[in-house]
Design a protein around this ligand. Structure first.
Ligand code: C5P
Ligand code: C5P
Ligand code: ZN
Length: 465
């Protein structure tokens, strides 16, 4: 990947204008920000475009602008078949279209993929180095490798790649970042832009009242406590913890050492420790007890922008705006939290339908297409649905039906590859799809929904057999 990143850096440094195209989620926003910071640093004129997905319609629009050099971040590798006529760099972690090198008998290198449908792009992608893009490195991480190759000083922005990885939940299975993410983490530590602690890693440790942090802990399932504000408050009160200091609710970061110990040992009696303890990534240059001080909260802040058509705002915050952009982003975040909570209820209430190898739920227009995947993932984590089958959540979008697939590590280890399901199904039915083995998405036309589900059921059945 480093070798590819150097080649990419050279290409970009010699460009006179670069069009950066990135994804709207936290990983995409941090990836686009890293690209923009790197191009600023090299004084290369550029623009950044954020999109929900890369399909032939967008590629046509882009081609019409006749861009000189294009830099795709956090997307691109799964769509090289529609990129003809464009050239530049792809730094991405999604499964590439063709993953098998054409040259046989030789050791696989990144460059054996050069003729795999897109010779006009230099790709920095973990899959091409034999790694799993779901866990090894994020889109922001791959953009960071390119930025670092353009100028090693840009390591001072390594924390943005940490936010991207955490935003994509790459720390979820092990309670910590692993693989190439670990090297980026070391850069961030060396530059003093990151601190790592082993601690409670539930969402909201910096800014949420502790009882809310526990009530909404989507990976925990404690009867009468999670999902129940009164039960959650009583849990803490029963331990003698003051929920308030003066007028203000106390967050996890406001707890004294002795209080933390007490809470952790009480939780340990109810749920496995690894569900709530793990590495926490903190940014010492930001103000403590704010959304910007911790990676998960920061990623959620960025998702609050991107998933509501304001990805650029998120990028301004990443690039350093702490005034107006931050205020606006904080405003969006309130609505985003509410939407996630309400949407989770809607999805549960809609009811999950069962097929032999998969389960699915169609929420129509009740949940935004941009968050339906996040919500499906939350439902999975909550232990409220069968975790022996992957889930496909469907929602109406402007241009068809958006489908988000989510699986578990156990299923992936047993052969599940949702990106392959999306790809095969869309190849047959039309539309665009791809992603990772554990999480993937697609858009198809409404009349193909039943056929899609039947195909998905069949493909998953084959994968798991
Ligand atoms: O677009 P992208 O690569 O950025 O998103 C990755 C997706 O994979 C996220 O939606 C994330 O929630 C999901 N994921 C998951 N379980 C994991 C790791 C990632 O659902 N263990
Ligand atoms: O949209 P959703 O959160 O379900 O996406 C899950 C994963 O699939 C993400 O990594 C996303 O980038 C990817 N995806 C894709 N092509 C699509 C839709 C989603 O590669 N058309
Ligand atoms: Zn990503």
């Amino acid at each position: 990947m480093e070798e590819a990143a150097s080649k990419a850096a050279e290409l970009l440094r010699n460009a006179s204008h670069v069009t950066v195209v990135s994804h709207i989620d936290a990983d995409g926003i941090t990836a686009g920000s890293l690209a923009s910071l790197a191009l600023d640093d090299s004084k290369i004129s550029h623009e950044v475009i954020f999109i929900k997905k890369l399909d032939s319609a967008f590629a046509d629009e882009l081609r019409a602008k006749k861009p000189e050099t294009v830099w795709f971040t956090d997307l691109g590798s799964g769509s090289t078949d529609v990129l003809g006529g464009l050239k530049g760099v792809i730094s991405d972690h999604h499964k590439p279209l063709e993953c098998e090198p054409k040259t046989n008998g030789k050791k696989k290198t990144l460059f054996d993929y050069d003729d795999s449908g897109c010779e006009d792009f230099i790709q920095v992608n973990p899959h091409m180095a034999g790694r799993d893009g779901g866990t090894d490195i994020s889109g922001a991480g791959t953009a960071y490798l390119v930025a670092r190759a353009m100028n090693p000083e840009l390591r001072r922005f390594a924390h943005l790649a940490i936010i991207g990885a955490v935003g994509d939940m790459q720390d979820r299975e092990n309670g910590r970042l692993t693989g190439t993410n670990r090297q980026i983490l070391v850069d961030a530590l060396d530059f003093g832009v990151l601190e790592v602690e082993e601690d409670v890693n539930l969402f909201g440790r910096e800014t949420r009242p502790i009882w809310k942090m526990l009530q909404y802990a989507s990976d925990l399932n404690i009867d009468g406590v999670t999902d129940d504000y009164r039960g959650s408050m009583e849990f803490f009160m029963g331990l003698g913890i003051n929920l308030k200091k003066g007028e203000n609710w106390r967050a996890w970061v406001d707890m004294k050492k002795s209080e933390r110990k007490l809470i952790i040992s009480a939780l340990e009696k109810l749920v496995p420790r690894d569900l709530f303890i793990g590495e926490v990534y903190l940014f010492p240059l930001e103000k403590k007890a704010t959304e910007l001080h911790e990676a998960k909260e920061c990623a959620t802040l960025l998702n609050s922008c991107g998933r509501y058509d304001a990805a650029k705002l998120g990028m301004d915050v990443c690039k350093g705006d702490r005034d107006e952009s931050l205020d606006l982003a904080l405003g969006l975040r309130k609505g985003h939290r509410r939407q996630l909570i309400d949407s989770l209820k809607i999805m549960e209430a809609t009811g999950i339908s069962q097929m032999e190898y998969i389960q699915f739920v169609h929420v129509g227009s009740m949940i935004r297409d941009t968050i339906v995947g996040t919500v499906a993932g939350m439902l999975f984590g909550s232990g409220k649905i069968d975790d022996r089958k992957p889930i496909f959540a469907l929602a109406e979008a402007d241009d068809g039906i958006k489908i988000s697939g989510r699986g578990t590590r156990i299923l992936v280890n047993a052969g599940l590859d949702l990106s392959e399901v999306m790809r095969q199904a869309t190849q047959k039915l039309g539309g665009a799809g791809g992603g990772h083995n554990i999480a993937a998405g697609a858009t198809i036309s409404p009349e193909n929904v039943n056929q899609f589900l039947e195909m998905a059921n069949e493909i998953v059945g084959q994968q798991l057999s």
